[in-house]
Design a protein around this ligand. Sequence first.
Ligand SMILES: Cc1cc2nc3c(=O)[nH]c(=O)nc-3n(C[C@H](O)[C@H](O)[C@H](O)COP(=O)(O)OP(=O)(O)OC[C@H]3O[C@@H](n4cnc5c(N)ncnc54)[C@H](O)[C@@H]3O)c2cc1C
Length: 466
Amino acid sequence: MKDVAIFHRDLRIEDNAALYNASINQEYFSLFVFDKEYWSQTDRSVNQLKFALDSLTELEAKLKEFNVHLYVFEGNLGDLGNYLNKCYSNLNIHMNHTTETEYFSQNLRKLSKENPLNLIKYKDFGIQLSKQNRDIWARDWKIHMKSKTFDIPLVNKNLSTLDLPTFSKFKTNLKQSSPHTQKGGTSSGKDLLNTFLEKRCKGYSKKMSSPSEAAHACSRLSPHIAFGTLSMRNIYQELEKNINNSKYRWDLYSFKKRLHWHCHFIQKLDTQPSLQHQSMHPDCDSLRIETDKELIEKWITGNTGFPFVDACMLYLKKYGWINFRMRAMLMSFASYNLWQPWQQTSPLLASTFTDYEPGIHICQVQMQSGVTGINLPRIYSVVKQSLDQDPDANWIKEQIPNLQNLDKEKIHNAELGELYKEKIVDIKSSAKKARQLIWQIRSNANFKAKAKAVYQLHGSRKRLSS
Ligand SMILES: Cc1cc2nc3c(=O)[nH]c(=O)nc-3n(C[C@H](O)[C@H](O)[C@H](O)COP(=O)(O)OP(=O)(O)OC[C@H]3O[C@@H](n4cnc5c(N)ncnc54)[C@H](O)[C@@H]3O)c2cc1C
């Protein structure tokens, strides 16, 4: 054997640089690394794993058409390095780059540093892997998105067997995932892309704000992009084929902007991995020092006493997805109203998303907590959002059936007394205090100079809202 393709969050055949390059000598196999420790971190969840396993099931069947086995290695990437090193003297390891959290990146270093293996990494997504320069970032992104996609892999000519289980033989003791989790696999991703481009995008730019309408009108491609069942470049190129002749081209322009934001955000974590733990603006880590575990528990379990907040959390937990605006409101509530450190709440929220993408998630969490220094702080009013996004409170009642016969005004204003859970915070005074504290720190000497440095490193040179 000469080559191996390692799958991580690129679970597809098409436009897969690592897989294609591993196939060139036509003597190759493929591997998925199942690391229990990785999957048991606070920010990971059984719903995310279920999506990955669905995708791997489809991938294994597809790989058979190319005469390729998909093996599973149980352990971390460091262990894998030792194993491969023992079994093979001259093996090329092909892997696509992913923007990951610390645990994965540390193990990846072990794979390449502690063993004399030839690890070849490829660019996935439109980010700059070296020579990061925000001044030319948008140009580089476009070049990548418009460039030719990788061909499907060449057929393997040497099907030798390894002493590892193939994916179909591999058994995980998967705990029960939610039956409403989105289904993984490239074919589901393609269906979503096609129906979105064809008709579901009608009204996308408006409907995306409402938790009930967004579920249908948004693309719902996020877990497919996060687990790589579709390549971002393929999505972009399909969009380009359709956009000018579409009746809904303004909606599709809006979607195109978001594909750009995807990479804009993951670039930040890739450039500065410490963002997983540190605020983008260094002064902001002194803002929220104390943690109240009980408040956090009530927030993450949908027991805040604010029906709209609780409904959003319950919906999110059930479906593993909610729209952007509601994610932002949930985070704003935890960071501003409850004044909890984002480092504590971020992984808990991440674990509820099937589409968890650390690069987007960590940067969005920081934005919605007012700690980037380069975005104006925005405190969402949960009462206003409730009124704007669900005027008749029907959606709230669907998520919390006990509220069925109660007055909608009282639901929006969370004035239900004994009829609902006790409110865990005073919404007005907490927002007022948060505003004061945030603006106080922003007015300190040197805040601006440090914010300028953040902008130089991470700021978009094109004005991007959200
Ligand atoms: C606190 C918070 C945490 C978030 N965490 C994640 C996360 O872990 N994973 C994730 O994919 N998205 C995250 N988002 C961004 C956004 O909410 C989701 O991408 C979107 O809701 C996914 O649904 P969709 O695929 O139907 O989106 P669409 O509106 O159809 O957008 C298409 C794609 O564009 C990208 N995108 C859309 N909005 C944004 C955005 N604001 N920033 C960056 N990229 C964007 C996503 O890849 C998305 O799949 C987060 C937002 C907030 C406020």
